[in-house]
Design a protein around this ligand. Structure first.
Ligand code: WTA
Length: 701
């Protein structure tokens, strides 16, 4: 750093001083059976073996035609992995396991009502069901390779059946998380240009049969508003033959799958042989602007990456019973419930409902009953189960060899409970850091070969070479925070943002690109949008998002999306979303709104904002509080200072407000919000240093 720049040391370069936790070593019994137990694997994936090292993952798949080029870098940063190769994802996840393991369960589905028996779907059943549904998609819905179709389905086996039927035809599926609202689904139908929506009438959640088909009608209306006509809705029924929704079926548009499929019984559909770089699916995620980003994932690179990482990092063997409690509607479910585990021919458990229904012992009863030996969940679920049922795991006779935590940073305290209580001290834990965009893991310990360190995700996974940069692109020394980037491409990286190729380059590459004309991958580091610190041992600690995204219970919510939802309420003049530290969900959302002249603050007004957010996004985005304030703190250029209100909500030091255009409003807001929180007993615990940094720089200006 030259002189003169020194005065501008950014937040990202501030040293983060925390106690490094001690290592915990994997048990011998785990090492003895692990897929990756020979340290030679690190050499095989060393940087000088890149990109050829990744053929080890591609070789786990069955190819119709092998690739000509491992990595085609001719059009950066649109990398092409295994170019020239051809394959089919459905064939790889289903057909190739039928001959040897046809009678083994591919899926075990656990309905939420505990009185209902789990349902095993063997590889042979899955083969039949995927073929029949593919025939229906092709011949009844008129879908072909390259078409997009939106899925809005709950956690039922029909969801992987639908995904794999699409994959069989080369139809690009875009599954929208079932908990998202009809409007959110409609926006994604429009963005992807889907003509067909596949949904379900109803499903069980927290003991209730939820009407889900109603959202399909809202979704189509919203898509229509945005200029996209969907003319077919395929409705799976939770109880075939019985309709569990109040909404009428639109004649000529809506069809019950269980009725239509009768004509396709026993039909076989040849898996379409597709280029490795053809898209497999879109997965929408939030960013800094309101329009969601459809991360486009490829068939060959993606499937190779999730298969390889499932094998080595999830340690999946074909005879394991693997349960990932995430929702298939998120990337975790796509990669590590459906594609990775099924590609390896294992048994993947799908649970319909909430983990604490009817009580906090439910997950452990499921594990005991099904003989689950690999378990995968999020810090939010772990914090919740620890709070409501700390002694429950000990009551059940299950044994995990391996457990995962994903989606948010996990506090060492919570990690230790997971290890001791849930894992009974017998299981290894991997803390996997990655993103919708990255397809699979980026940071994690390799379970038999790297010790665990609570609070750190571990080193970079094999074949991934990160760097932590400051704002100017200089690498920061160990122990200092900066922006974590991946220096090299890898097979799981998304190909582009659907319909927004410029945004793909702008958001992920422009910041640290060294030369826009370069064809050399070294010049194109991938900017992940997370703050991180590396310890001298090479382990990474992820600090959270550096952009305007709030991570609630592992779900990314964009502040712009929340704010535009609030602004659909006619009385609202301005809105700002900020994160507040939450003991269970990691972060929660608080909204600040100001009203147009002539309207008065009221509980009703706050209620309208909450309602609008539920309609536009879904219940997961419901704010913890909506604060109606007379005016927002603003810069002289009129930008809302989110860091100031974020500090108010979190009882953090508000910092310097003298540069504001209206510093006088801050004290009034602080008094109102904090006294209300004090009276409700909602004063948050003291923030950690990392949390404090995040809040203090939120939406920085
Ligand atoms: C965060 C989920 C800390 C991070 C797979 C990332 C994590 C965002 C971890 C992606 C982890 C994910 N430790 N933070 N192990 N895993 N994150 O796209 O901020 O839903 O950028 O993908 O979650 O969320 P997404």
């Amino acid at each position: 750093m030259t002189e003169g720049q020194e005065a501008q040391v950014s937040e990202a370069q501030i040293a983060v001083h925390w106690r490094e936790e001690k290592y915990i070593y994997p048990p011998e019994s785990f090492i003895a059976q692990a897929n990756a137990a020979d340290p030679a694997i690190f050499d095989r994936f060393a940087e000088d073996r890149f990109p050829e090292c990744f053929t080890e993952y591609a070789d786990l798949l069955s190819w119709d035609k092998k690739w000509d080029t491992v990595l085609d870098t001719s059009n950066p940063p649109y990398w092409k992995w295994f170019a020239g190769g051809r394959l089919n994802a459905s064939y790889n996840c289903v057909d190739r396991h039928v001959a040897a393991h046809g009678n083994k369960a591919a899926l075990i589905w656990v309905p939420e009502p505990e009185s209902a028996e789990p349902v095993a779907v063997t590889y042979r059943d899955l083969y039949r069901r995927v073929n029949e549904f593919a025939a229906l998609l092709r011949d009844f819905a008129g879908l072909k390779a390259g078409d997009r179709v939106t899925l809005h389905m709950p956690m039922v086996p029909e969801l992987p059946v639908t995904m794999l039927a699409c994959a069989r035809l080369g139809v690009i599926h875009s599954q929208v998380f079932g908990g998202f609202s009809g409007n959110a689904c409609g926006t994604r139908i429009a963005d992807s240009g889907s003509r067909v929506l596949i949904t379900m009438d109803s499903y069980y959640r927290s003991g209730e049969l939820v009407d889900h088909k109603v959202k399909a009608d809202e979704a189509l209306a919203e898509a229509h508003k945005q200029g996209q006509e969907a003319d077919k809705v395929l409705v799976w029924r939770r109880h075939p033959g019985e309709y569990g929704s109040q909404t009428p079926m639109a004649e000529g548009r809506d069809f019950f799958v269980d009725e239509v499929i009768g004509s396709y019984r026993g039909q076989l559909v040849e898996p379409v042989s597709l280029p490795a770089e053809a898209p497999l699916f879109l997965m929408y995620t939030s960013g800094t602007t309101g329009r969601p980003k459809g991360a486009q994932h490829s068939i060959g690179g993606y499937l190779a990456y999730v298969t390889g990482t499932s094998k080595y990092y999830q340690d999946i063997h074909p005879d394991d019973t693997y349960w990932c409690m995430a929702d298939i509607g998120w990337i975790t479910g796509h990669s590590y419930i459906v594609y990775g585990p099924l590609s390896l021919g294992t048994t993947s458990v799908i649970y319909e409902g909430t983990p604490n229904y009817p009580d906090a012992g439910r997950p452990w009863r499921i594990a005991e009953r099904l003989g689950v030996n690999i378990f995968h969940t999020s810090p939010t679920a772990i914090r919740m189960l620890r709070k409501v049922g700390p002694d429950e795991p000990a009551k059940y006779n299950y044994h995990f060899k391996h457990m995962t935590t994903v989606g948010e940073p996990i506090e060492p305290e919570v990690w230790r409970w997971y290890h001791k209580a849930v894992g009974k001290g017998e299981a290894v834990i991997v803390d996997t850091w990655w993103q919708t965009e990255t397809g699979g893991f980026l940071g994690s310990s390799l379970p038999a070969l790297n010790p665990m360190k609570p609070g750190s995700c571990g080193p970079a996974v094999i074949g991934i070479y990160p760097a932590i940069y400051d704002e100017d692109g200089n690498e920061v020394p160990d122990g200092r925070a900066g922006n974590i980037c991946i220096r090299n491409p890898w097979p799981g990286i998304m190909q582009t943002i659907w319909g927004q190729p410029e945004r793909f380059v702008d958001v992920y590459y422009a910041k640290y690109n060294k030369n826009p004309d370069s064809k050399d991958w070294h010049d194109w580091p991938y900017f992940a949008g997370d703050g991180a610190v590396r310890a001298p041992d090479g382990y990474y600690r992820i600090l959270g998002r550096v952009d305007d995204v709030i991570n609630v219970a592992g779900h990314r919510l964009g502040t712009k999306e929340l704010e535009s939802a609030a602004l659909t309420v006619p009385e609202i003049a301005e809105a700002a979303a900020v994160p507040v530290v939450d003991d269970i969900r990691g972060r929660a959302v608080e909204m600040y709104v100001s009203l147009k002249p002539g309207f008065a603050a009221s509980d009703e007004m706050a209620g309208k904002v909450t309602q609008a957010i539920e309609v536009e996004i879904g219940k997961i985005a419901r704010p913890k509080h909506v604060w109606v304030v007379p005016d927002m703190p603003k810069t002289r250029s009129g930008k809302i200072m989110r860091r100031v209100i974020a500090s108010v909500s979190n009882f953090a030091d508000i910092g310097d407000v003298t540069t504001l255009a209206n510093p006088e409003v801050v004290e009034g807001i602080r008094h109102h919000v904090q006294s209300e929180k004090v009276s409700k007993n909602e004063v948050p615990r003291e923030l950690t240093e990392a949390e404090y940094e995040e809040i203090k720089s939120f939406g920085a200006e």
